[in-house]
Design a protein around this ligand. Structure first.
Ligand SMILES: Nc1ncnc2c1ncn2[C@@H]1O[C@H](COP(=O)(O)OP(=O)(O)O)[C@@H](O)[C@H]1O
Length: 287
């Protein structure tokens, strides 16, 4: 199965990304390649005996909504890589590369990094994955501007876009409670959320997502998870990224998902909304 997928694979995405930034003709070529090789399915179809490629999904949502958490769980379940451009940016700024200082300043102000830098980081990541035989993806934190969405559209067919939603007061609290293990990179949350029902909105509570003991002493807080910067990131999201939701809505690919609470309530509901369940996915992996 993996071998077939590889044989059918058009030019590596990483290359196409690079080309698409400098040419305008790529779109036609790629859509031609894709119409020959790609099935189109909005929701996964596990009874398809010969899916030609792996899932290509996008996760949208405000900072703090939980994109990383749910995208990473789904990536484990579906066996496709979870690629978060925020992680790529943080790796770059913690390195001693030439970009590092410039990036730190932008990120710590809650602004967006330039599309060129993001495409560079993303094609490097895809290239590394391709050389390890990875295929498909769940993108998290990308595309974040209409231009990014348009370029992604030229190089890959996106099957499904999941838009996660949560009330804004909860988003800010969640960002402030966010912690990362400096060793393994996993995300946790120390906030205990108990938002009251008001103005017709239901109340909402979320338990903290605490780290295992071996991570507990290595937790760090992102420099951009302060109240001031989170509010700026939300403002930037509404201005630059919300239009991306409409972009995909008009393509009929957007699935809106209102998170009903924390992981224990939300995860099963999300799987249900996606027509997935654990046992089905496992069966298809064996087949
Ligand atoms: N696709 C992107 N385009 C531009 N900047 C990005 C992109 N992805 C990440 N960044 C930069 O990295 C920072 C952190 O991203 P991320 O971890 O996705 O944050 P969030 O928690 O706000 O979703 C962003 O504030 C932005 O500066």
């Amino acid at each position: 199965m993996a071998a077939i997928t590889r044989l059918l694979k058009p030019s590596p995405l990483s290359l196409l990304f690079k080309q698409s930034l400098s040419t305008t003709t790529t779109a036609a070529i790629v859509s031609d390649i894709e119409s020959h090789h790609h099935h189109h399915h909005l929701t996964p179809n596990f009874s398809d005996p010969k899916p030609s490629r792996n899932f290509q999904w996008v996760f949208l949502g405000c900072p703090g909504v939980g994109k990383g958490t749910y995208a990473s769980r789904l990536s484990n379940l579906l066996g496709v890589p979870h690629i978060a451009t925020g992680d790529l940016v943080r790796e770059e700024l913690s390195s001693s590369g030439p970009l590092s200082r410039q990036l730190t300043e932008i990120v710590n102000q809650g602004k967006l990094v330039s599309d060129e830098i993001i495409f560079n980081l993303l094609s490097k990541r895809l290239e590394a994955g391709e050389s390890k035989g990875e295929s498909g993806f769940i993108l998290d934190g990308f595309p974040r501007t209409i231009r990014q969405a348009e370029i992604l559209d030229e190089v890959a067919e996106i099957d499904l876009v999941v838009n996660l939603k949560l009330r804004e007061d909860v988003l800010v609290e969640k960002c402030l409670g966010r912690r990362i293990c400096s060793q393994c990179g996993k995300g946790f949350n120390v906030a205990s959320i108990n938002a009251k029902a008001e103005n017709g909105r239901p109340g909402m509570s979320m338990d903290p997502l605490l780290p295992p003991q071996h991570c507990a002493s290595k937790l760090i807080t992102r420099a951009d998870d302060t109240e001031h910067v989170v509010k700026e990131r939300l403002r930037v999201y509404y201005e630059k990224s919300q239009p991306v939701e409409d972009f995909y809505k008009s393509q009929g690919k957007l699935m809106e998902f209102d998170l009903p609470g924390g992981i224990p309530e939300s995860w099963p509901k999300l799987l249900e909304a996606l027509n997935l369940d654990d046992s089905e996915v496992k069966r298809s992996a064996v087949a």
